[in-house]
Design a protein around this ligand. Structure first.
Ligand SMILES: Nc1ncnc2c1ncn2[C@@H]1O[C@H](COP(=O)(O)OP(=O)(O)OP(=O)(O)O)[C@@H](O)[C@H]1O
Ligand SMILES: [Mg+2]
Length: 374
């Protein structure tokens, strides 16, 4: 049998493609440098990575942005000498503007512009973030089952025990009353703990509406300044043009209250600083492992502190319930954060070193239509 091969001819484009818009649509950071090593172009993701604008950086030597001893420069040298693209996986990029990150670098000579080099920086963590978030989700699920059990099996008998202690108290001597009070206080404490866990077993669908995340953060900052964060200096770095988050205001307050409380508790006694910041991340779509769907989570809210950092061995279990290093901690704060952010379809991740620990929450925005932009 013969098949007739027909080839569809590409329709001539209506208007020429706007190369800049195409570059800005990419989630990887792209930098173009000329033969002298001066910056010619930066796409939107690169502006965001280096927290600066093309207008400001154009014409500056690349060494202003990236330290001269970075492996990037030897890659550029190789690409120029061999006139072919080179790439390296897992490069440490540590600059004043970006902080330390692990990236994949691809360096390609631009043949139409002799001497020019295009550099693509791809942050590693996106895939890892998703992987870690899946672990957090599992952690949140295991707490869900347990909290439902606790509510039934612990809270109900506790109210019986408390009632019995109150009855005994009526005819008890002064000395025994100390003991009945102790029973009541301790049952109250356990009830509060179980109440705190109830959020995990709440299976009602999340009520979401457009939320101004800056109001949420200001509210949290005010609560902190008047309570646990009195000794801490709060710095706010907000992107004023940030769109609304599609979320539940009360639950988001809980999330950021927990993150800010942890940050304040980690801060040194003197000179403690917590930086609250928001940013819009262009076009980042994250593939969800195990499914074809991709989530669009352009809003990034960060809580950064200058404490000692998270011990390395704690990292993989940080979002599990009951993981704590504090004498009076319950270890439920971050498990609750993971659960609520999961319910919002978002992602929470952290980067930690000495004097710089950042928790980043990625959230969906409200789209023009009524639903989430996912
Ligand atoms: N910003 C941070 N810097 C250093 N360590 C942190 C930070 N945030 C969390 N941790 C570590 O993670 C652990 C778990 O935090 P989580 O909020 O879940 O519980 P907790 O703060 O110990 O107790 P709770 O929140 O119930 O009071 C903490 O005990 C602490 O060791
Ligand atoms: Mg906590």
């Amino acid at each position: 049998m013969k098949f007739a091969l027909t080839r569809k001819r590409a329709q001539p484009a209506q208007t020429p493609l706007d190369a800049q818009a195409v570059l800005n649509a990419l989630s990887m950071a792209i930098i173009v440098v000329d033969g002298q090593g001066a910056i010619r172009h930066l796409n939107a993701a690169a502006e965001q990575l280096f927290e600066s604008s093309l207008g400001h950086l154009e014409g500056m030597p690349l060494t202003e942005l990236i330290p001269e001893d970075s492996p990037l420069f030897s890659l550029i040298h190789q690409a120029r000498t061999n006139d072919c693209p080179v790439s390296e996986y897992g490069v440490n990029l540590d600059t004043l503007r970006t902080g330390p990150r692990t990236v994949t670098i691809q360096v390609s000579p631009v043949s139409e512009e002799p001497g020019s080099i295009a550099i693509a920086l791809h942050e590693h963590s996106i895939a890892m973030k998703i992987g870690r978030q899946m672990i957090h989700r599992n952690a949140a699920r295991s707490v869900t089952a347990m909290s439902a059990m606790l509510a039934h099996e612990v809270k109900n008998p506790l109210s019986g025990i408390r009632g019995a202690a109150q009855l005994l108290e009526q005819n008890a001597s002064e000395d025994d009353r100390v003991l009945t009070h102790l029973i009541c206080d301790e049952t109250d404490r356990i009830c509060q703990l179980v109440d705190r866990m109830e959020v995990f077993s709440d299976k009602r669908p999340l009520e979401r509406e457009p939320v101004n995340i800056h109001r949420v953060l200001e509210h949290v900052r005010r609560l902190a300044e008047n309570g646990f964060g009195q000794k801490v200096r709060f710095i706010e770095a907000y992107d004023p043009s940030l769109p609304m988050v599609l979320g539940n205001r009360d639950q988001l307050i809980q999330v950021f209250l927990n993150l800010v409380k942890n940050a304040a508790e980690a801060c040194p006694q003197d000179g403690g600083e917590v930086v609250l910041s928001t940013a819009y991340q262009h076009g980042v779509r994250l593939a969800v492992p195990g499914s074809d769907s991709r989530v669009h989570l352009p809003l990034v809210v960060s809580v950064q502190d200058n404490g000692n950092g998270i011990p390395e061995d704690l990292g993989p279990h940080l979002f599990d319930p009951f993981v704590t290093t504090k004498p009076k901690g319950s270890g439920l704060g971050l498990a609750m954060v993971a659960k609520i952010i999961d319910d919002h379809g978002g992602i929470v991740e952290f980067d930690s070193q000495h004097r710089r620990t950042v928790f980043r929450v990625y959230l969906p925005m409200v789209s023009n239509e009524s639903g989430a932009d996912i």
